[in-house]
Design a protein. Sequence first.
Length: 283
Amino acid sequence: MNAPQTHGKNAETPHVDELPYLRAIPRPTQWPLVTAFGCSLMFAGIVTHWAVSVVGAAAALIGIIGWFREVFPHEVTEEIPVIDCDVPLPAPTFIPRAPHVAHTRRIVPEAIHPYRSGIWGGLMGAAAMAVVAAAWGIIDAGSVWLPINLLAGILMPSVGEASLEALKSFNGGWFTAAVMLHLVLSLLVGTIFVVALPMMPKRPLIAGGLIGPIIWTGVAWASLHVVNPALEQHISWPWFLASQIAFGFVCGGTIARFNMVRLQLGQTLAQRLDVEQADGGAR
């Protein structure tokens, strides 16, 4: 007579590959939380002290590096453990599937414009916004330096304490801060447009060039009195909205001129970067 089959702790635990209904899941990691905390400190430093932004930038950088190492060159995963019980495990049902397909869930968008189009779109949109802002400064305020100095006030709270005559005058430090902030934000928004425009319904240029600027202009209008209350009295919100709309249409139109490329779905990060690795290590 054969010995009775046991299913307790002494029974051999089937491997995850033998049970296709089990899955390997990403290992828990703290790096996204560290990155988010660092980004929060970076923006908090705008209204508190520059040292807070420095600490936040360091924390965000550490979090990004740690997060990147969790997925490259191989994603770090852990197996779902098999629960020990007295009930026999059902026989595995093998479902054939193509080896190169990692999942069947549809990911949106399936195709985007190349990332370099976001850089060009951000630069062109930045130029269009600068033209509208300069026109406001000349026509409405009588000085082209007023909108530039007001933009610098986002990074330098002391600008809000300056007199109107100082705001209408050239200041080298303010000019440098405004140009750097304008370029960085424009390139970031241009990169976001690369992914966001293909997901816009029906008419992406209208959504990205009209609806989007109206939304973030409203956010700026509602938050500026907290970020820098002294600057709020100098800004012309109709002109501000016009500059945002000019950026949206020019940036979106520039990106739309580039051909779209399909995303590399179902591939690991190493495969997307086309990195070769031998048995002995990377080469």
